[in-house]
Design a binder for this molecule. Structure first.
Ligand code: NCD
Length: 309
């Protein structure tokens, strides 16, 4: 029996295949319910603390939208500068305080491991909305949901993860989810931005079929899903290194039409220049539908960890 009540959502590696199936099914149910009504009263009286110490558009707004559509309400902040961390308060103290006010916490913070620190400080469940270059499990879950809704199934797909696999937290979390499925994974990155070897090793130990290459066009040829990512400028110590690597991979409409017109193209967004805007009108360009799916996935997670579903 899958039961998420009281659990923290901290990283992609924490899920079993059975748990993933349950989250996706609940998210699908949320989608169906929102087709009939604008909001539910499942979480009336419940409060979400949305603590964003790092910039965010989609993650913060979709968490907030999710809670509102569940019938609950939201408190929080959108930058570290407006919270008491600007006065020198420790993360644990900030969390311990917010924990007095709310029923569930969603947090984004620039430090790897910060979500775990928050989870230890809080009684309420903590959902990691991104901890530096670490993990971003809610994005990975909505990505998985999107693969299922765009392709009809997850098993059997060849999935290409391309771009900044070293610092990209969405792909770190995503790879840990895909390993539970019968998928072929192809990692495409510049040599210096490869997937952390400990993640690749863990996937292979788990029996996952993983290939690594620098050749995007070759990888696209036999793929079902291409997941593009942004080079994570804010994680580079050396700005010259970022300048050198930005623009490493740019997906164009011409490439999709020539190499693989059936390709489903995903991106966690924001995009900088890694997908040209002429791709947007292709039927397989699913990144804006993917953003919408973030609301359903986050509704599911909030309702599950608070034991409301
Ligand atoms: C991602 C993130 O913040 O890690 N964005 C998101 O949550 N949709 C990807 C990124 O910033 O490149």
């Amino acid at each position: 029996m899958v039961d998420f009540t009281g659990k923290d959502i901290l990283d992609g590696a924490q899920f079993t295949r059975e748990e993933l199936a349950h989250v996706l099914d609940v998210a699908e149910d949320m989608r169906k319910r929102l087709e009939k009504e604008r909001s539910l009263d499942l979480m009336k009286g419940y409060v979400l603390g949305a603590l964003f110490f790092e910039p965010s558009t989609r993650t913060r707004l979709s968490f907030e939208t999710a809670m509102h559509r569940l019938g609950g309400s939201v408190v929080g902040f959108a930058s570290a500068g407006t919270s008491s961390s600007a006065k020198g308060e420790s993360l644990a103290d900030t969390i311990r305080n917010v924990d007095q006010y709310v029923d569930v916490i969603a947090m984004r913070h620039p430090q790897i491991g910060s979500a775990r620190v928050a989870a230890e400080a809080a009684e309420s469940p903590v959902i990691n909305g991104g901890d530096g270059a670490g993990q971003h499990p809610t994005q990975a879950l909505l990505d998985l949901f999107t693969v299922r809704s765009e392709r009809g199934h997850i098993d059997g797909n060849t999935i290409v993860l391309c771009g900044d696999l070293k610092y990209g937290r969405t792909v770190h979390a995503g790879a840990e989810l895909y390993k539970h499925y019968d998928c072929k994974l192809i990692f495409v990155a510049p040599e210096s931005l490869k997937m952390p070897p400990e993640i690749t090793a863990r996937l292979r130990e788990h029996g996952a079929n993983v290939e690594e290459t620098t050749d995007l066009e070759a990888a696209m040829a036999g793929a079902d899903v291409l997941y593009m990512t942004r080079i994570q400028k804010e994680r580079f110590d050396d700005p010259a290194e970022y300048q050198r690597l930005k623009g490493s991979y740019v997906l164009t409409r011409e490439m999709v039409e020539r190499i693989n017109p059936d390709l489903t193209v995903l991106h966690p967004l924001p995009r900088v220049d890694e997908i040209t805007t002429d791709v947007d009108a292709l039927p397989g360009a699913a990144y804006f539908r993917q953003a919408r799916n973030g609301v359903y996935a986050r509704m599911a997670l909030i309702a599950l960890v608070t034991g409301r579903i």
